[in-house]
Design a protein around this ligand. Sequence first.
Ligand code: X2X
Length: 334
Amino acid sequence: SRRRFATLGATAVIGAALPLRYARAAEFTFKWGTNVPETHPLNVHARKAAAALQEATGGRVELQLFPNNQLGGDSDMFSQLRSGALECFTLSGVNVLSTLIPAAAISGVGFAFKDYPTLWRALDGRLGEHLRGQIGKAGLVVMEKIWDNGFRQITTSTRPVVTPADLKGMKIRVPVSALWTSLFKSLGASPTGINFAEVYSALQTKIVDGQENPPAIISAAKLYEVQKYCSLTNHMWDGWWFLMNRRAWGQLPPDLQETFARVVNAAALAERQEVARQNDSLKTDLAAKGLIFNEVDPAPFRETLTKSGFYKDWKAKFGPEAWAILEDSTGELA
Ligand code: X2X
């Protein structure tokens, strides 16, 4: 942070009309860890948020971004967040957050949301409120707007997935999560929980044959280098909650908390636009890089999940109240 301010100070001396207030150190410096490569829209908009926050607070609050698992994998970053070693962390509720807060995984139920409008209505509405309530009860601070990762698609090095039979016995990487593991077991696959930091090498060394993520991640993490097929299953949607260590948040006076939340939530909305655009447009680009795409009819997958008891089991685990809030937006699932 010293170097950043020194640079700004030097520029001001040269004559640009930069506000002199940036020439002093920030009062509050927070680290923000992410689990995806630098070029992903999550990081692009995180950097914009950091700049906007510096501007809006006259340099009083600085966000230092650590993208691409620089601080460790999701499990490490989550421990750091809870201990206070890391102040801010964008983490999926369905991912390792659900190891602490099982209720946070409900947005990841297979084939729940049919499109973005349904999804944002739920997560910016009652379902999101319910989830943020659960996260808050566990002692973490969470910003209102969830960041978009996208609808997830299956990539493999072995064969395309057209029907559930194609998943039979397939070694597939999933994030470290009971719901994710259950989803792919119910579909007949053989899932392994691995943090995203190790996914490229797990695919390269054939520890697993496949993984599932949206096109923006397949592109940013160059997974097309070690995968051959991409099957458009849209089997679930996922996003990142902006989480904060409670003591770090408590250091900010109320006016800075308000500014912080406003800036970060606005950045999340801008990121959503860019992710949706990329997840749509990148298919052509990834096909040109050699990835072979196929469309998928979700009906037999849903049927397999129903028959295996997936929806019934998870309804019991999440409880009737949370499940009713989910079905309010998705329609009947179980
Ligand atoms: O771990 C993943 O696959 C990722 C990057 O999509 C999540 O954060 C859930």
